[in-house]
Design a protein around this ligand. Structure first.
Ligand code: HGY
Ligand code: MN
Ligand code: MN
Ligand code: MN
Length: 400
């Protein structure tokens, strides 16, 4: 089970997963979640934003303890980013039932929709809508690479898009949300621990750079006559690396689209997406401002028009200290352990919810730190330790 948590949407070519929001693979993931809920006799709910819930206890009860994560993936993602949290949540409930634990609060497992934003470009759509961090109007404007809007995609998947919007009553009933996630770095591998607690999520965002030049013949257009946007784009990629290195941050151009996209045509448009993250806001601002300034200089030198649009932004998240300390107490009490507390550059639904709900995260060791790749891994023993830790936390939070 821990080697292939959820055998849905695997690409035979890459070995990675392709589970994009409101596609057939996403529907298969959702069917799996519903089946897991029903097999355990949990009360299944689909909320107004397409997030799935499986309740032990009264879904309308107050002070609920919720755990879970997401099942969608980046293009050719690994097996663990997302599904480990959901699979571990169901397994933790099984363990607590085996322990004969009696909950005094409602407990739920959640699958948040479209966490990775692989299809519509914005991450954490399900949790952002629920928390009111994405308006209905903004959601209606989200469009995939084929021009399909989010409401159209939802409708084609058999879901009514008219219901989407903020869900404050639902969130107000949650007393604590704990998301378990595979670590996406090597801090736990280096410290020799199986499980850690999150301290903070770096501020991060996505910026679209449109470099517009002039399409022309690759064989007959003299170099001096060209307005080739690929040149300014390429120089901007190098500038991003340089700015990130200088600031001690990260910056990535991982997605690009080219028009007309012909081998023998000088491009008319190069559109590149910058993902940048840093430990604090001023550092992130310095990097992005630096990259944009360099891009404008390169564009001007080549006669290129440049538009830069910020497509999304998530401010720094500092997880609640009281809940974090409580997790450390629960996890440390048996063996008198100190549980490592670590920050991360990766975004999570837990980060979105943290503005509204007391929220915490558990990380499970990843021996290579590789993520968003088919090579992502967590050892079976570590996954099992993660389930035990999550079960201990749920017992500690929901049995008082
Ligand atoms: O961090 C990310 O890229 C996404 O939110 N998982
Ligand atoms: Mn991810
Ligand atoms: Mn994730
Ligand atoms: Mn020709």
């Amino acid at each position: 089970m821990w080697a292939e948590l959820l055998p849905v949407g695997r690409s035979s070519a890459s070995g990675g997963y392709r589970r994009f929001a409101w596609t057939g693979a996403d529907a298969d993931c959702r069917a799996w979640f519903k089946d897991q809920a029903e097999t355990r006799g949990l009360t299944y709910e689909l909320d107004r934003n397409g997030n799935q819930w499986a309740w032990l206890g009264d879904p309308a009860g107050q002070d609920a303890v919720v755990t879970g994560s997401h099942l969608d993936s980046v293009p050719d993602g690994g097996a663990f980013d997302g599904p480990l949290g959901v699979v571990s949540s169901f397994a933790a409930l099984d363990e607590l039932r085996a322990r004969g634990v009696r909950f005094t609060k409602p407990v739920a497992v959640v699958n948040f929709g479209d966490e990775e934003g692989a299809r519509f470009g914005l991450a954490c759509v399900g949790s952002r809508l629920a928390a009111g961090q994405l308006t209905v109007e903004q959601a209606h404007r989200l469009t995939d690479a084929d021009g399909v809007t989010l409401p159209q995609a939802m409708e084609r998947a058999g879901y009514d898009p008219a219901t989407i919007g903020p869900d404050p009553e639902r969130l107000a009933r949650i007393g604590a949300f704990v998301e378990l996630h595979v670590e996406q770095g090597r801090a736990l591998d280096l410290s020799g621990d199986r499980v850690g607690i999150a301290s903070a999520i770096w501020p991060h965002g996505r910026w679209r750079f449109d470099f517009r030049g002039e399409a022309n013949h690759a064989g007959t257009t003299r170099l001096v006559d060209r307005r080739d946007p690929m040149l300014s784009y390429a120089e901007t990629v190098l500038a991003a690396r340089r700015e990130a290195e200088l600031a001690g941050a990260v910056a990535t151009f991982g997605k690009i689209s080219v028009e007309p996209n012909g081998v023998n045509a000088i491009p008319s448009l190069v559109r590149g997406w910058l993902d940048s993250r840093a430990a604090d806001q001023p550092t992130l601002d310095t990097v992005v401002t630096g990259v944009e300034k360099a891009a404008r200089e390169y564009a001007e030198a080549h006669g290129i028009e440049l538009d830069v649009v910020r497509e999304s932004f998530t401010p720094v998240v500092e997880f609640e200290h009281a809940l974090r300390d409580e997790l450390a107490r629960i996890l440390g009490k048996e063996a008198d352990l100190t549980v490592p507390v670590l920050g991360t550059g990766a975004g999570h639904d837990a980060g979105i919810l943290s503005g509204t709900v007391p929220t915490a995260m558990l990380f499970v060791r990843n021996p290579t730190g590789v993520s968003h790749s088919p090579a992502e891994h967590a050892a079976e023993d570590d996954c099992v330790a993660g389930v035990t830790a999550l079960a201990d936390v749920l017992e500690g939070l929901a049995c008082r």
